[in-house]
Design a protein around this ligand. Sequence first.
Ligand code: ATP
Ligand code: MG
Length: 218
Amino acid sequence: MEKIGIMGGTFNPIHNGHLAIAQKAKEQFALDKVLFMPSGVPYMKNLREVLPATVRCEMTALAIRDIPCFELSDLEAVEQGNTYTCRTLEKLKSLHPDTDYHFILGADSLFAIEEWRHPEQIFQNCTILAAVRKGTAKTDTSHEIPASGSVKTDTGILQTQVQYLQKKYQASIEMLEISAIDISSTQIRRMLHQGTSVHGLVPEAVEAYITENHLYQS
Ligand code: ATP
Ligand code: MG
């Protein structure tokens, strides 16, 4: 059975944290490939500062072009209107019933996933691979990194949430064994607004693309 990872995201812009967790997922779960799937019109996001899907796809393509087994999927990006993970997974699963899908996300998303559309369908159609992000707030819609709050405390809350979801939805949730990566697209956009270099936080080709196209500047 083919094992395919799906790395969904706004990718506004894609950063090295995304690549690191996808790489880890591929290794730890012996995935045959990972699909990078930029969202269409983002759901639960501040629309004003999200770049068009075509631009986010281009940056994603640049970020993964030299990495074997990483592929761009524009399945969601080409959609008009909101894209929903449940529908994407249903679509993929009906096209490829014999594929074992692994949906990769940041552990912060586990606190928001019940507010996503049809979480029960999501859990039914894939295994969730969750990566811990250092100092993550409780929900994916809050981008603030708490000033206090230790990683240890976060881990306790996270374990409880994982057990709760496993029980309620018979969900298959696995943790990615990766040391937390303290980086977010929000932080990168903020740095670019301020004129700070994001060298080392995004792939070099993405950095060059952002500079050439004057993206995320005030
Ligand atoms: P934003 O700050 O705009 O929300 P983001 O960095 O969270 O951006 P997304 O495109 O929202 O990036 O993320 C796609 C997926 O990757 C989400 O499931 C998110 O939780 C996860 N993710 C992003 N960065 C990290 C990180 N550093 N560690 C773990 N997971 C991450
Ligand atoms: Mg996010």
